[in-house]
Design a protein around this ligand. Structure first.
Ligand code: FES
Length: 347
């Protein structure tokens, strides 16, 4: 007989049993506890949860790199008792879906492209019309998988929009920022082939970027290039919910041509006194008295902050950008438990 463990989710009444041959995700789903998930193969990151107590065996190569996060679809119970935790908004989503017995399976959408314009030399803004009857709901910071026409390649992209009340999509337009890279793949497909009017398959939304909304800590959002998408989505959402929350958004790009969403950032600054932003240019020569910072994240951040011990930090960008930023905010005394991140892999 397979050994059973008791799994509970902190700050909720959810408890379920897991046999040692079932992943924690499958064990929860078996008991109609609809924990967030997507691919079930360790690729999409949607099933991330915090391991607070107990031990797991994991099939994931890298599950607990810079925080105590684990992928539930790759984890098996290795102790009698295990305690997991989710940020409060994700927990609310789980409660909502589990109560209504709806499975949070990611859905497939066929959506029409209504915009695919270059916003920098390397980045396109891709937009889709989402008919209201599709009832697309998401949490700020979520991502979708976008597929090529032949449906053989997909890649996750964070949603730039912020959700409205009840997690619905405002204005029915879903926006993504797509960075072009040298490899043949989805980004080249979007940059070279996708036209307005095309219909593409999208799957999601997935809830991979975890962060906390249940405290009033000042927020520092650090974005590298198109990593701005989830940071902007979360920033706007948090400001709508709490206009007094102090938020600074730090965007790192190579040069002026690569600056993204400048209008949006200025509008947010006008609208919310508690919001500020800084843009750091990594490949331009420093100019005195400029509105910009110059240099990489490690040198630029310390010009603004000496002590991040009271901040919640959100980081999004390439693997390397996230790792460098993470190391640097730790040097500036940030608390590991208050650092949340989303890494983008290339393809
Ligand atoms: S469902 Fe676990 S990583 Fe995709």
């Amino acid at each position: 007989m397979e050994k059973k463990s008791v799994i509970s989710i902190k700050k909720s009444s959810f408890t379920f049993m897991a046999e040692s041959n079932l992943t924690l995700l499958d064990a929860a789903l078996k008991e109609n506890i609809n924990l967030p998930h997507g691919c079930k193969s360790g690729a999409c990151g949607s099933c991330i949860a915090y391991l607070i107590e107990g031990n797991i065996k994991s099939e994931a190569a890298e599950t607990t790199t810079i925080s105590n996060t684990i992928l539930l679809c790759q984890s098996y119970a290795a102790s009698k008792k295990i305690v997991l935790e989710y940020p409060i908004d994700k927990l609310n989503m789980i409660k909502m879906h589990s109560k209504s017995k709806k499975v949070i399976n990611s859905k497939d959408f066929l959506l029409q492209v209504v915009g695919n314009k270059s916003v920098t030399p390397l980045i396109k803004e891709l937009s889709f019309f989402v008919p209201p009857k599709l009832n697309l709901k998401f949490i700020a910071g979520a991502h979708m998988e976008i597929y090529t026409n032949s449906n053989d390649i997909s890649k996750k992209y964070s949603i730039v929009n912020s959700p409205g009340k009840l997690n619905n999509l405002k204005k029915n337009i879903l926006k993504f920022l797509i960075t072009k890279n040298d490899r043949k793949g989805i980004s080249q497909f979007i940059h070279n082939e996708v036209k307005v009017g095309d219909i593409l398959r999208l799957k999601g939304p997935f809830l991979s970027f975890q962060y906390s909304t249940n405290n009033n800590k000042p927020i520092l959002g650090i974005a590298g290039g198109s990593g701005l998408s989830p940071i902007l989505s979360i920033t706007r959402d948090m400001l709508h919910k709490n206009i007094d929350l102090s938020i600074m958004l730090f965007l790192s790009v190579r040069n002026r041509e690569e600056i993204l969403e400048m209008d949006t950032l200025h509008k947010l600054k006008e609208e919310y006194k508690s919001f500020t932003f800084k843009i750091a240019l990594t490949r331009e020569k420093p100019i005195q008295n400029s509105q910009f910072l110059f240099g990489r994240v490690n040198s630029s951040l310390q010009k603004i902050f000496k002590d991040l011990s009271t901040h919640q930090i959100l980081i999004a960008g390439s693997d390397k950008f996230v790792e460098t930023s993470y190391e640097h905010v730790i040097k500036l005394k940030a608390n590991k438990n208050n650092i949340f991140y989303e890494k983008f892999t290339r393809n």
